[in-house]
Ligand binder design. Structure first.
Ligand code: 13P
Ligand code: SF4
Length: 348
């Protein structure tokens, strides 16, 4: 058994208390709050990981849906897919460790190909990214000549390479509205495509959306009844939904936006209680950062995101296995980067 000496013990205590200061208001998935002993367990890892990060000149980017001990223990930056992709472009580090799912790590590699990009969870999937192949996108193009392809960032590098413009949940409505064409192919989120049609109609923009793909296994489970239950149980609650939810759920919510947009909504709101129809990791972030407010999560847990742990993060930094490191053919990087750069251009 490892027995720390006096100096190590003091470092451990300091780190555990740092984590407790951040995490004491955060719930585990069983509803219990983070305790000081939980923070001691995490601190063993966070001390080591933060040291390794410096030694290896690595940056850790973590999506908000990963676990709180990564977000608050070791991440240099955490946020939504758009903000994380911007950080991947700007970093001077030699290694980008991306705590998220595979398509996010691929996106970092596409945007900054000279860096080593590693992902603790290895080939962690995403039901959206897995919902369409590049061949299917090619067939859609052939069936609709001249119609541009918009692809949601939750897509493989190969699909991005076949697309004209990439979008995230934070900019999909604005970018689609700016596209001059009257028809757009949108992949791979069928529910977001329907939300897009509705939003464009609200803005008075007439466009036909040709959609293909699937849905997110977390967000597609939310039903209008969940919104009604939240309103009945918590009078005055503000309900926030992600645009990957069913349009009926979005219509019943008070606000629809990306994980960053939901956070901004909470930050500027005088309301005290929020129903959050997205993944539990965002609820944890809101609990940590807005301690005077109450957040009612639902049941949304992305098992892919949760495959990132402190243990595999430490191992990936020490010696990544081949499936933890992103390698992409140069021509896929070049083609896929165009769709991401078009997104950055059109987000200005
Ligand atoms: P954001 O773009 O809001 O980060 O969402 C990513 C995602 O995977 C949602 O399920
Ligand atoms: Fe994919 Fe849904 Fe998980 Fe987001 S929450 S990574 S869309 S499976």
């Amino acid at each position: 058994m490892f027995v720390p000496d006096a100096e190590q013990q003091s470092l451990l205590e300091k780190e555990a208390h740092r984590l407790y200061g951040l995490l004491s208001s955060v719930s585990h998935n069983n509803g219990e709050k983070w305790s000081l002993p939980d923070c001691y367990k995490a601190a063993f890892y966070t001390l080591r990981i933060n040291r390794l990060k410096k030694e290896k000149n690595a940056i850790i980017l973590a999506h908000s849906y990963t676990v709180p001990e990564l977000v608050y223990g070791v991440a240099d930056f955490s946020g939504d897919s758009y903000a994380l992709s911007r950080k991947a472009v700007d970093t001077q580090a030699d290694i980008i460790l991306f705590a998220g799912v595979w398509f996010m790590a691929e996106t970092a590699k596409i945007l900054n190909p000279s860096k080593r990009v590693i992902i603790p969870a290895g080939h962690a999937g995403c039901t959206l990214a897995d919902a369409i192949t590049e061949e299917e996108v090619r067939s859609l193009r052939a069936a609709h000549p001249g119609v541009p392809v918009l692809c949601y960032v939750n897509s493989t590098a190969g699909v991005k390479a076949q697309s004209d413009v990439c979008v995230t949940s934070g900019n999909v409505f604005d970018i689609a509205a700016k596209m001059p064409q009257k028809e757009l192919i949108f992949v791979p989120d069928l529910l977001m495509a329907r939300n897009l049609e509705i939003e464009l109609a609200k803005r008075g923009v007439k466009k036909k959306i040709i959609a293909a793909g699937g849905s997110c296994c977390v967000h597609n489970k939310y039903k209008v009844e969940h919104v009604s239950v939240l309103r009945r149980k918590y009078p005055g609650i503000k309900v926030l939904a992600h645009p990957e939810c069913h349009p009926e759920v979005c219509a019943a919510a008070d606000y629809v936006g990306s994980t960053q947009a939901m956070t901004d909504y909470v930050a500027q709101s005088a309301d005290k209680i929020f129903g959050v129809l997205t993944e539990q990791g965002l609820v944890n972030r809101l609990e940590a950062e807005y301690k005077d407010k109450t957040f009612i999560g639902a049941f949304g847990i992305c098992s892919y995101m949760k495959q990132n742990t402190l243990d595999n993060t430490m191992r990936a930094l020490l010696n990544p296995s081949p499936d933890q490191e992103v390698q992409l053919p140069a021509e896929v990087i070049t083609q896929a980067r165009k769709s991401l750069q078009n997104m950055f251009e059109m987000s200005r």
